[in-house]
Design a binder for this molecule. Structure first.
Ligand code: FAD
Length: 298
């Protein structure tokens, strides 16, 4: 598929959000803030900052979130996990983030500090899963609460039905939006949305879009997350290992085509995994032809 002028988005209402991760060193810190500044021009509905396993990035997440709110003036959600934490630990963290101006949490169970796919055990005094965490947050304050959703099911879920049931529990407990794991096959997303609707889940389920910086690395990560990588991606990136410019062009086309196809299926809200880099995200959104509305008018 190639993108024609007729495909490009020419107005109307849509929403974008961008996901960042907290920097691990001074160079990454500089890169993050350059990226945030560049991507601000798209007037995202909100941005979010991830939270590391076992609370390992609380301080850098808090610092990044604080700066996004007070300096960059962006509506900012903090991811929050309950793995390896008692309820009291979680409440203390929520208090700190709230004091920094956070009104929106992305509430997650999280993965054990031993890694994805290793046996998850809730903290004895903690929340047992994300649904329980959502309920806990709801009891603490009037937050906007986003949660995860898995179009190809979470790798630990025994079935699609169990997976959808967890999303339903999160919505019933007060989640206001779901952000999906990244996926590359829009048919899978459409079938997932049919199951979501059938289950009576009415919160918006926003597709997570991952522009592909490096297909080989992405395949490794996707394998751990349970995301399938369709064969057409091998074809599109074939022979481009040593051609960074052509690779970036293809990556921007592939993600833009995915967004445009989702728009044709009636989706107008997108969560982009930025990997803290602006050029590819800019190229994707330019390819799509987005003309972001000003936030105040959205
Ligand atoms: P839940 O919603 O509680 O569960 C997800 C699914 O797994 C459910 O379908 C459930 O049935 C199944 N499941 C859960 N527990 C079990 C169990 N014990 N046995 C069997 N099945 C089970 N991780 C981070 O560490 N930090 C982040 O900032 C972060 N951000 C994310 C943002 C998004 C948009 C997404 C999609 C994921 C993110 N993750 C993050 C990853 C997430 O923490 C992991 O996928 C984790 O394994 C599950 O967390 P959850 O909130 O999705 O779990």
């Amino acid at each position: 598929m190639t993108i024609t002028e007729a495909d490009r988005h020419t107005g109307g209402s849509f929403k974008l959000s961008f996901e960042f991760f907290p920097p691990k060193n001074a160079d990454m810190d500089v890169q993050l803030w350059e990226t945030v500044e560049e991507l601000s021009r798209w007037n995202p509905d909100f941005v979010s900052v991830t939270y590391g396993a076992g609370g390992s990035t609380k301080a850098p997440t808090l610092q990044a979130v604080q700066r996004m709110i007070s300096v960059a003036d962006l509506p900012t959600a903090s991811h929050l996990t309950c793995v390896d934490a008692s309820k009291q630990d979680v409440h203390d963290v929520v208090q700190e983030f709230t004091a920094a101006g956070v009104k929106h949490f992305v509430a997650l169970r999280g993965d054990p500090s031993t890694g994805i796919g290793t046996d998850y055990k809730p903290h004895p005094q903690g929340y047992e899963n994300a649904a329980a965490l959502v309920r806990g947050l709801r009891d603490i304050g009037d937050f906007e609460i986003s949660v995860s959703a898995y179009p190809e099911k979470h790798p630990e879920s025994e079935s699609d039905a169990v997976d959808i049931d967890m999303l339903k529990r999160k919505a019933d407990n007060g989640a206001t939006r779901a952000l999906t794991q990244f996926f590359f096959d829009n048919e899978i997303f459409e079938r997932y949305m049919e199951r979501v609707t059938k289950a009576g889940i009415t919160i918006p389920v926003v597709p997570g879009i991952m522009p592909i910086q490096n297909l080989t690395q992405l395949k490794r990560f996707a394998g751990r997350c349970g995301t399938s990588v369709p064969a057409f991606l091998d074809e599109r990136f074939a022979g481009l290992d040593d051609e960074p410019t052509a690779r970036a062009r293809v990556a921007a086309e592939v993600a833009a085509e995915q967004i445009l196809d989702l728009q044709r299926r009636g989706i107008n809200e997108f969560h982009l995994y930025t990997m803290n880099r602006a050029p590819l995200v800019n190229a994707v959104l330019e390819n799509v032809g987005f003309r972001p509305l000003r936030r105040s008018a959205a």
